[in-house]
Design a protein. Structure first.
Length: 144
């Protein structure tokens, strides 16, 4: 099982997981799994339908929020924010965890200072420095 990379006490990101990883993730306390990876990038056994069915068998919530290159929208950010602030610990995954960390950062802009977002994602192994203008713009909208 891939080790979750915690951005907060209750939100972590991860590279691709499998249905076999879910029991271990549930045992770690995760209650919600967010898929940020489009089905077009994975074999059918790792697609959203298979992952959702495996989550349901274990009593885990499943949120589908696939993000592909160039498709970022406000809806993606809103879905990630809703998941990140839901009850219980949340794990979001994609190919490497990078998209999941970017979506979390954008969703938390205004909730956390930009430097805090950059520090948290950097400690998890993701560089969001290039996202600073977007983070600050969203933070200004959230607070203004």
């Amino acid at each position: 099982m891939t080790e979750p990379r915690y951005l907060t006490k209750t939100f972590a990101v991860s590279p691709q997981i499998t249905p076999q990883d879910l029991e271990g993730l549930r045992d770690l306390g995760f209650e919600t799994i967010v898929c940020n990876r489009p089905d077009s990038e994975v074999p059918q056994e790792l697609g959203a339908e298979a992952m959702e069915a495996a989550c349901q068998k274990l009593g885990l919530n499943f949120v589908l929020n696939p993000l592909s290159h160039g498709s970022l929208s406000k809806e993606h950010i809103d879905i990630q924010r809703d998941a990140a602030t839901s009850k219980g610990p949340v794990l979001a995954y994609c190919a490497s965890g990078n998209r999941s960390s970017i979506l979390w950062g954008l969703a938390m802009a205004g909730e956390y200072p930009t430097e805090d977002i950059l520090s948290r994602t950097s400690k998890a192994g993701y560089n969001l420095e290039g996202m600073v203008p977007y983070l600050e713009s969203l933070a200004g909208k959230a607070t203004g």
